[in-house]
Design a protein around this ligand. Sequence first.
Ligand SMILES: *Cc1c(COP(=O)(O)O)cnc(C)c1O
Length: 220
Amino acid sequence: MEKADTPLAQVRANIADACQRARRDPGDVTLVAIGKHHPADAIVPLLEQDHRDFGENRVQEAQAKWPDLRARYPDVRLHLVGQLQSNKAEDAAALFDVIHSLDRSSLVKALGKAFDKTGRRVPCFVQVDIGAEEQKGGCAVSDLPALIEEARAADIPLAGLMCVPPQGIEPAPFFALLDKLASDNGLDGRSMGMSGDYETAIMLGATHVRVGTALFGKRD
Ligand SMILES: *Cc1c(COP(=O)(O)O)cnc(C)c1O
């Protein structure tokens, strides 16, 4: 029951257009709706339009919001797209279905333990500090092969690579670099592209686009 005039319908149409231009199958691109800082009331309309992939950037906020929504829509897939503290690894393993922010050795260890303990092995994207920005999360490009090896040794299922390019400059070269790094490391998934640049990301191989503002409007 999709309404043609909703933001979700618009974003889906844009994704279909970008896929057509890139000669890609739209079924290979997952739209992750980032509902962070928006209440459950804002999320329900998307669930009612049969959207099922949602992302949050904080474990605590997700814990407050999602158990009730999940009870009503059990087939939801919940993605963690924000930095994860090692002491929250077990909570994250219990709640999320995909983690996009595996970015350091200590977190590999914490998640490995959490997965053993909870019996859930959650697919993880390794987040890459693609613009070499000091303040941002993500593993340095030069440290990536070692981190991937460590994650594989710890039996962490790897979904692919994730990045957030630097703000205010053309993101395409960063998306192209992430695509190459994923290929070089034998990984299929590329989590890249946000409200301002998801179509560009799709042209360059994104398998998961993380879109908040274009679906929910501005956050406070
Ligand atoms: C908030 C956020 C998004 C969504 O950003 P928009 O510009 O609102 O689409 C995507 N990825 C991450 C990691 C985020 O924190």
